[in-house]
Design a protein around this ligand. Structure first.
Ligand code: HAM
Length: 423
């Protein structure tokens, strides 16, 4: 019986996975450069963690979470994490990381789950690489994260990603904007789509995010949040921009960018690429100064981002990477029972010295073994037959320049190690 994978859940196969490994390695390097530590958080959390932090009226919480009853605790629900920030903050509070050192720079890599309609660059299980700075309210932290991302994009060879910035204000200044926006929307309510009419009641800022043509046209004339920022929020935002200008990071202001999660305040941002189609955000994030306190911790500001791996890999394409890891150093070709008996423990010995060895499991012909050695791109082939074995010799073929030499089996691991490491 053939069982296929679930819609929106993808395999990452050899050939593609090398790009992923390359990206992950570059991410770890850049995080180390900026003094981030890795944190690994569970994939399943209590549902209330997400409904509380992302917001009850967000699309994610309303309709996209994979939620199921907890068999061990009646009436409790569990959810596959739709993002990483909530879990990181929960861990920060639960382990009281703030007690030892309130400023923490944390990063994570891993799968997230959202029941969205799958399409190019949008999956139901997708991978994020995310970074969070907890305990820093200053604008330098926001700018530092954006620099880190810019550095990372340049290290992986991504060009053409554009940075859009906005400030969503804070609990003090946003209510006035919300009121003004609501008054504006109310005048055109009958022209808005059904979704937006519903959003108006619960979360009017989200109307600015609607992709329906009629709604986009109406909200083009909506008041901008920029005019409503309080002095602190304005100064914060101006400092972020000044720091970006000083470090040569290009950006564009987008006062309509509201983001799909409720925990944000002040700086929000998205890196987009027009090569991605409608799912154009490759990384996004912002400030969430109230979240730690909301989740039971002491008042602690925070700012972070997450990047979508699938989207980044789409943009990078499958490129030729140094695939030495997947290329055996030596392929053992053995002909005859005696040679086979010799080869298996000899391969084991070499692997223990850190040299990758591949060999055939079946007694195939010399020709077929050579073909396979070629296919897996072995650097050397060691050909051993029963006759050679009796003489204590074998033939070593360099597959790159096709040179062949006779070698002595006595001390062969030394000889091979020397050649391979010399490269
Ligand atoms: P987000 O905008 O929901 O933010 O997701 C961040 C990135 O994850 C997106 O820009 C996109 O690249 C990728 N992504 C999201 N959904 C999907 C999907 N269904 N398929 C493929 N890729 C997807 C967050 O998740 C926040 N936690 C970011 C953050 C961290 N804010 C502060 N700290």
């Amino acid at each position: 019986m053939k069982i296929s994978s679930i819609k929106g859940f993808a395999d990452i196969l050899p050939g593609e996975v090398e790009t992923w490994q390359f990206v992950e390695q570059k991410a770890r390097e850049v995080f180390a450069l900026y003094n981030f530590s890795e944190i690994r958080i569970p994939i399943v959390e209590k549902t209330e963690l997400f409904s509380r932090s992302l917001g009850e009226t967000t699309d994610i919480v309303e309709k996209e979470m994979y939620t199921f009853p907890d068999q061990d605790a009646k009436e409790s629900l569990l959810t596959l994490r739709p993002e990483g920030t909530a879990g990181v903050v929960r861990a920060y509070v639960e382990a009281e990381l703030y007690k030892v050192e309130p400023v923490r720079k944390l990063y994570y890599l891993g799968p997230m789950f959202r029941r969205e309609r799958p399409q190019k660059g949008r999956l139901r299980q997708f991978y994020q690489i995310g970074g969070e700075i907890l305990g820093r309210a200053d604008a330098y932290a926001d700018a530092e994260l954006l620099l880190l991302l810019g550095e990372f994009f340049s290290n992986v060879g991504l060009d053409g990603a554009a940075l859009e910035l906005n400030s969503l204000g804070c609990v003090r200044c946003r209510p006035a904007y919300r009121k003004e926006l609501l008054a504006f929307l109310a005048q055109q309510e009958n022209k808005l789509c059904g979704n937006c009419r519903r959003r108006m009641e619960r979360n009017p800022l989200r109307v600015l995010d609607c992709k329906e043509e009629s709604c986009v046209a109406i909200t083009a004339g909506a008041p901008s949040i920029q005019g409503f920022l309080c002095q602190d929020c304005r100064e914060h935002f101006e400092t972020v921009q000044k720091l970006l200008r000083e470090t040569g990071v290009d950006y564009k202001l987008n006062p309509r960018m509201v983001r799909g999660l409720d925990y944000y305040c002040r700086t929000t941002f998205e890196w987009t690429s027009d090569r991605l189609g409608s799912q154009n955000a490759v990384a996004a994030g912002g400030r969430y100064d109230g979240l730690v306190e909301d989740l039971g911790g002491p008042p602690t500001p925070g700012v972070g981002f997450a990047m979508g791996m699938e989207r980044l890999v789409l943009l990078l394409g499958t490129r030729e990477f140094d695939a030495d890891g997947a290329r055996p150093s030596v392929y053992f070709v053995s002909v005859g029972d005696g040679a086979r008996a010799w080869a298996f423990p000899a391969a084991h010995k070499l692997r223990r010295r850190g040299i990758s060895v591949e060999m055939d499991g079946e007694q195939k012909s010399l020709k077929s073994q050579m073909r396979r050695a070629d296919k897996v791109r072995a650097r050397y082939v060691l050909i051993v037959g029963d006759d050679e074995l009796a003489k204590g010799t074998a033939v070593l073929r360099n597959m790159d320049n096709k040179e062949q030499v006779e070698v002595r089996l006595d001390g062969i691991d030394e000889a091979l190690a020397e050649r391979i490491n010399a490269k």
